[in-house]
Design a protein around this ligand. Structure first.
Ligand SMILES: CC(C)(COP(=O)(O)OP(=O)(O)OC[C@H]1O[C@@H](n2cnc3c(N)ncnc32)[C@H](O)[C@@H]1OP(=O)(O)O)[C@@H](O)C(=O)NCCC(=O)NCCS
Length: 322
């Protein structure tokens, strides 16, 4: 397994154990305080947001403000990241979730309580069966969110880059069993290694967007999934919606996938679990600034100076990001 995969997986295992207790407590409080009989929903809320974390150089006042907008256990989890890049991505993801949950349910920002299900997937607490679906992904230079008030969504983004410390052939050999024969045939239709890796990560995003939508995470056997690409190339700013999913050879025609490139190095896929007849245009990604991200935010806690200072002191993974 490539190093960064191990990192991605262990990153998610860490979160899990840390947030569990706090969320149960918050869920209980939320149940007592604010459980609404019925939620007033914004109509047909279908959102795609992207935030470029590489371009964002956080200021002290921004981190201090942000510390008051997120739940305590989220702050604790973010504090545990060694590198500022990881802390930034996670913080932006949390702010996106809160913004989406607030705008789509109209629950006051400071009354929202987010928790995680038993697989670690973020959920809205205190509303009975969640009336909205949302999912976040952070990798490479981006954090993305897909959210929908009607159908279930999953999202995944990946940076298209050659594997670190491995040649591509060796990398593909390790990944052999995660992809179907037809998917490998599609990858090898491309001539250059860079094109092959781009196609590989495109299919990777499709698989992850599906797995993240169902919410079962690592327990889904990826080799049972076969993505059939009708449009071979993705282009920045153009959306492809004709990829089909077969599971154990059966077409899953109530699943749709929206794919694009956020820039020439980042693929993204959104999965939608829909009613077969529902046809809708792909929703384009909006690129948010920090100010737009926190526009509706309201403090849940006092600004946390310790959180801010620790955040600003975190080391960077590479000189490139300083
Ligand atoms: C849990 C899992 C789905 C998360 O995906 P990831 O690619 O590691 O990371 P991403 O950045 O895309 O997503 C992470 C976010 O997804 C959300 N998430 C966590 N667990 C989740 C789950 N079970 N289902 C859906 N979303 C989940 C969280 O918001 C998390 O961010 P946060 O913890 O900072 O809030 C993933 O670790 C996993 O289980 N993958 C299995 C599939 C696999 O092996 N894929 C290889 C591709 S071929």
């Amino acid at each position: 397994m490539p190093n960064y995969m191990v990192h991605k997986f262990s990153k998610n295992l860490n979160i899990w154990s840390i947030s569990k207790l706090g969320c149960r407590y918050l869920s209980w409080i939320q149940g007592l305080r604010t459980r609404p009989a019925s939620i007033k929903m914004a109509r047909q809320y279908n959102i795609r947001w992207a935030f470029n974390t590489k371009l964002w150089k956080p200021r002290e006042d921004q981190i201090l403000d942000a510390s008051s907008y997120i739940q305590t256990e989220e702050k604790e989890r973010i504090s545990r990241f060694c590198f500022q890049e990881d802390a930034k991505s996670s913080l932006i993801g949390r702010l996106m979730l809160r913004k989406f949950a607030h705008l789509s349910t109209l629950i006051p920002y400071d009354n929202l309580c987010l928790g995680r299900d038993k697989y670690g997937k973020p959920i809205l607490l205190g509303t009975g069966e969640s009336p909205i679906s949302f999912n976040v992904s952070h990798q490479g230079d981006y954090v993305v969110l897909a959210g929908n008030s009607e159908v279930k969504v999953g999202v995944d983004t990946m940076k298209i880059e050659p594997p670190v410390n491995k040649d591509i052939k060796e990398f593909f050999r390790i990944m052999r069993r995660q992809f179907s024969n037809q998917e490998w045939e599609t990858i090898y239709k491309f001539q250059t290694e860079l094109e092959q890796i781009a196609c590989f990560y495109r299919i990777w995003c499709l698989k992850e967007s599906y797995v993240k939508n169902t919410g079962f995470g690592l327990s889904t056997p990826l080799q049972d999934l076969n993505f059939s690409l009708k449009t071979l190339n993705l282009t920045v700013g153009e959306y492809v919606r004709d990829t089909e999913l077969f599971e154990k050879g059966v077409l899953k025609d109530n699943w749709k996938f929206e794919e694009t490139l956020l820039d020439d190095k980042h693929a993204v896929a959104v999965s939608l679990h829909i009613n077969k007849d529902l046809e809708q245009e792909p929703v384009p990604f909006s690129f948010l600034s920090f100010e737009e991200l926190v526009k509706e935010a309201k403090p849940l806690n006092q600004p946390d100076f310790v959180f801010r200072d620790e955040f600003m002191k975190k080391q960077f993974k590479s000189f490139e990001t300083i």
